[in-house]
Design a binder for this molecule. Structure first.
Ligand SMILES: [Zn+2]
Length: 120
């Protein structure tokens, strides 16, 4: 699976799809932002030091009748200059509502291509 698939699907640069779990009833998409230097909101110094991670579950609409969940691994950075801890900039949550419809359409299109039923 190409790692930039999520960035394409969500139209968010730097969003990585790290894992897809799928069984009969459910699809789980694991996504996270690419790690990159962030300006400290306090002092402006660039840092890429990670403080910690939190997981956030986002309920999706169903894909092909499967219950679908996004698991977003949110990263917090720590400034090495002033020790300020701050969350990464993440467009996924703010743009999520707008993206949902498009994501669903694109994933459905891909799945239908991959699993297309023979004409009867
Ligand atoms: Zn700082």
């Amino acid at each position: 699976m190409p790692t930039n698939l999520a960035a394409q699907l969500f139209d968010i640069d730097g969003l990585l799809l790290t894992k897809v779990e799928s069984d009969y009833n459910t699809v789980t998409l694991h996504v996270e932002m690419e790690r990159q230097k962030q300006p400290c909101p306090e002092c402006g110094v660039l840092t890429d030091a990670v403080h910690d991670y939190r997981q956030q579950k986002i309920k999706e609409v169903s894909i092909l009748g499967k219950e679908t969940t996004l698991i977003l691994r949110k990263r917090r950075y720590v400034c090495k200059s002033c020790c300020k801890r701050f969350p990464e900039k993440n467009d996924l949550l703010s743009r999520y509502a707008r993206m949902t419809a498009r994501l669903t359409n694109q994933i459905c299109g891909k799945l239908e291509n991959e699993y297309s039923l023979p004409d009867t």
